[in-house]
Design a protein around this ligand. Sequence first.
Ligand SMILES: Nc1ncnc2c1ncn2[C@@H]1O[C@H](COP(=O)(O)OP(=O)(O)O)[C@@H](O)[C@H]1O
Ligand SMILES: [Mg+2]
Length: 333
Amino acid sequence: MKIALTYNLKKKDDTKPADYFSECDSAETISAIVAALKKKGHHVEAIDVEYPRLFSYFRENSVDMVFNIAEGQSGRFRESEVPAILDYLNIPYTGSNTFSLALALNKALTKKILKAENIPTPNFQVFLKGTEELSPELKFPLIVKPNCEGSAKGINKKNVVHNAADLFKRVREILDTYHQEALVEEFIEGRELTVGILENGKPKVLPILEIDFSGCRNSGEYFYSWKMKEHQGNKRLGLVPVFHCPARLDKETEERVKDVALKTHRAVGCLDISRTDIRLDKFNTPYVLEINPLPGLDPKESNFPIMAYADGMQYEDLIEAIILNASERKGLN
Ligand SMILES: Nc1ncnc2c1ncn2[C@@H]1O[C@H](COP(=O)(O)OP(=O)(O)O)[C@@H](O)[C@H]1O
Ligand SMILES: [Mg+2]
C-alpha cells in the first residue's frame, strides 16, 4: 500500500513555554513507524503537517491510506484538523474521525457523556472565570486541569489542592496560562491504570497497564504529572515509575476495568485504537479520567506499545493492525 504518515514533530525552541511541544511526536517515533510500515511491505512517506505542506503534498501525490498521528496546530479542535482535510479530499486515514478527536480533547464534555452512560468518572466542575462558587458536592482533595490539553500539560503537584484558597489560585493560573476553562475534579487516591483498545474487526482490550509511582516519592512527584511524563525514566531525578503489564488485579476487577474502557471507547466513538486512563479507588471502582484516541506510539517510552508487547505483538504488528482495521473500514465512514 502507498501510505503517508502525518505527524507534528516535537521541536526544540527556547522561545516557547517548556510544555509547548509536549503533545507532538519525536523523531524516534516517526522513524519507528516508517520502519514498521516498510517492514510490512508498504511504501511510506512521512509528512510533517506544518501549513502549507499538507495541501501541496496531497495535491501532488495520491495515497491509499494516511497513518495519522498528527496532534494539529492549535486550538481545541487541533486533533481534528488533519482528519477534516482528509475527509474533504476523500482520503482514508487511520484512527478516530474529526468528531471523536474533538470530543475526547474536551475532558469535561467527555465526562458528561460518561456520566450519562453510567461509566464512573470523578465528580467535577468547570470554571470559566475563576469567580464561580465551588459546588458543595465536591470533596477535597481536588485536582485542577486545563480542560483541553494532553500530555499532562499544566498538571503538576501544585494542581492537587486541599483548600478553597489554593484551588482558586490554581484555577486562575490555568485560565491565564492556557486561555481555556479549568476542569476541577475529585482527586482519586489509588492505583493508576491505563487500558489500550486495538480493533481487529471489533474492539479488543489489551492487557491492562498499571503504573506504580510509589518508588518516585523522593522526587516529590506521585502521579502522572507533566514532569513525570516528560522525564520518565530519569534516574537522577528519581522519576522511575514501575510498569506492571498485566496489572496486578484480581480477575473480577480486571474484567470491570476492561468493561469500563470498552464502554468509554464506544461512547466516544473511537476507531482502530484508543487508550483510556483510569484511577482505581480503594473500593476497586475504576474511575475514567479521559480517553486518548491518539495515544503515544514511541516504541520504547509510550504506554500503548508496552500493552501490545504484553499481548505478544511486535511493534510492526501493532502498526499493521491499525492499518488493516482502517483499510477494512475504507469507504464506510
Ligand atoms: N481525578 C484524578 N484523580 C487522581 N489523579 C488524577 C486525576 N486526574 C488526573 N490525575 C493524574 O494526572 C494524570 C494526567 O491527567 P489526565 O486527565 O490523564 O490528563 P492528560 O490528558 O494530560 O494525560 C493522570 O494520569 C493521573 O496520574
Ligand atoms: Mg492522560
